[in-house]
Design a protein around this ligand. Structure first.
Ligand SMILES: [Zn+2]
Length: 507
């Protein structure tokens, strides 16, 4: 436990800005752990438990070390929802090395060690005395700290995510609680009163296209002032779309953000996993009479498309996102109903960013080729990530091109938003999934873009200059549910016009 918690001790020292403060926190925690473990590690259980902790600790230690990620319930939910390909990205020779050195060899030594126990009463006496001493040390340190600063415990709370095994055991308990809560619960309907609002006479049916990005961050978009032309493929449509440069995600992980985007609840009220038993905005729009379609190129739709048609075209391990546009026009025009399509991108999913774009989109070089992001230089990592953004811009431009070819038949609106952002090694943090309140801005500040066909703007009386003026206003995923309802002209008792990004600009 001591060895596995070297990162915890380092974090405690940094958190306290002093070596002594950090060491006191560490000592306090180790004494507390000692008390718990001396109860658990009794004669019959000691070897089994010691071996179990070697393996479990190593897995947690590896992820924390290799990616600088925090282990908490959201991280665990994310891991449970990840597909095997992503797991294969993460598991590697390096992990095997960790396992052999920190789990297999120690476990072998534990098995071979003959542990001599004192007679029961004496053993109990030793444990009791040492535990009391340890408990006294813990209470003394906590007591002194609270005396100095009554808020000390709350201030140190984030540290618990670095403490092995408390972090993963806590995460497992929280996730089990969440999962148990929803067993046997019936689907909660929110679509009963959904209705199509009257359309302008003789107007074409609506086609709403929603593109959900993956791990794209605003900081790497030239549309937001980034000094590299990562959005060059979109330049030719610059006069036609609006890029929102002050837009924030609901979570820092797909498992939270994706369902939250489609949920009527805002970030503060959204309950993870509630999507499993609650309808969402897609159900409402479906009920109102739209044809709904979900096209998937990521892991899956995370229970957001359970009741609508789904398509997946990628049959190999990895496909570039343009595959989402396969046979697009034919599919859409197969009916003349109003239609809403969701395209779920693979986007900039780490750690193997280099797999996310075709070779000809390797604009910035040299790139980071490995999943051990720390091995790459900062520039290599930025280069490979920027290539994924460049390719996403290309994919968005191709989508607009396709939609323009359909604008004689449909009134079209397109919304692109990322699920969350990404960290690229700043302060030793990689990937995403940091706890929301302490997550770096790059993990929450995301790109969002709107495009409309000229007839959509005309028939819906939209003042496009009014929307342009809001491009730097603060918006977040909380707005998407209501904006989609407004965009589709569907009424629902769950709709709040004050959260509809377009409401103010509809004349
Ligand atoms: Zn994601």
């Amino acid at each position: 436990m001591l060895a596995f918690n070297i990162p915890f001790t380092t974090a405690a020292c940094e958190h306290n800005d002093s070596l002594w403060g950090g060491l006191f926190v560490a000592l306090c925690i180790f004494c507390a752990l000692y008390v718990i473990l001396s109860i658990l590690f009794c004669r019959r259980l000691v070897k089994g438990l010691a071996i179990f902790f070697c393996f479990a600790n190593t897995a947690a230690f590896y992820f924390m070390n290799a990616y600088g990620v925090v282990i908490d319930k959201i991280m665990l939910l994310n891991v449970l929802q990840t597909d095997v390909y992503e797991v294969a990205d993460l598991l590697s020779l390096k992990m095997l090395g960790y396992l052999i050195c920190l789990a297999v060899i120690p476990s072998y030594l534990i098995l071979k060690t003959n542990i001599v126990f004192a007679p029961f009463r004496q053993e109990l006496k030793i444990k009791l005395i040492t535990s009391i001493i340890a408990a006294l040390i813990t209470s003394f340190i906590i007591g002194c700290a609270i005396y100095h600063n009554p808020k000390v415990l709350r201030q140190h709370k984030p540290l618990k995510n670095a403490l092995i095994p408390v972090n993963y055991i806590g995460a497992i308990i929280s996730v089990t609680k969440i999962k148990m809560q929803y067993i046997g619960i019936e689907l909660k309907q929110i679509s009963q009163d959904a209705k199509m609002l009257p359309q302008k006479e003789n107007s074409k049916p609506n086609l709403i296209v929603v593109i959900i990005g993956e791990s794209a961050r605003d900081a790497s978009f030239s549309l937001s002032g980034y000094n590299r032309p990562t959005n060059k493929p979109l330049e030719k449509y610059a006069d036609e779309f609006i890029y929102f440069d002050n837009f924030y995600s609901c979570g820092t992980a797909t498992a939270i953000s994706m369902p939250c985007i489609f949920s009527p609840d805002d970030r503060r009220h959204f309950k993870p996993e509630s999507e499993k038993y609650t309808e969402n905005v897609l159900d409402i729009i479906d009920k109102a009479g739209y044809k709904l379609l979900w096209r998937e190129n990521n892991t899956d739709c995370k229970d957001n498309c359970n009741r609508i048609e789904q398509e997946r075209f990628c049959t190999v391990k990895e496909c570039p996102d343009e595959i989402l546009l396969t046979n697009f026009a034919n599919k859409i025009t197969s009916t003349d109903m109003p239609t809403l399509v969701v395209l779920h991108q693979r986007g900039s999913h780490g750690p193997l960013y280099a797999l996310r774009y075709p070779k000809e989109f390797e604009i910035y070089k040299p790139i980071c080729q490995t999943e051990f992001l720390q091995k790459c230089s900062e520039q290599e990592l930025i280069n490979v990530y920027d290539n994924t953004i460049y390719y996403t811009s290309h994919m968005l431009a191709e989508t607009i091109k396709k939609l323009k070819s359909l604008q004689d038949k449909y009134n079209i609106a397109m919304l692109f938003t990322s699920d969350h952002g990404e960290s690229l090694g700043k302060d030793g943090i990689y990937l995403h999934s940091a706890p929301y309140n302490t997550a770096p801005d790059e993990q929450k500040h995301i790109p969002t873009l709107l495009w409309f066909s000229p007839d959509y703007i005309r028939d819906n009386n939209i003042d496009i200059d009014c929307i342009r003026q809001m491009k730097s206003d603060y918006f977040s995923h909380d707005n998407i549910f209501h904006t989609l309802l407004g965009m589709s002209r569907v009424s629902s008792s769950y709709y709040k016009s004050e959260l509809d990004m377009l409401a103010k600009c509809r004349r």
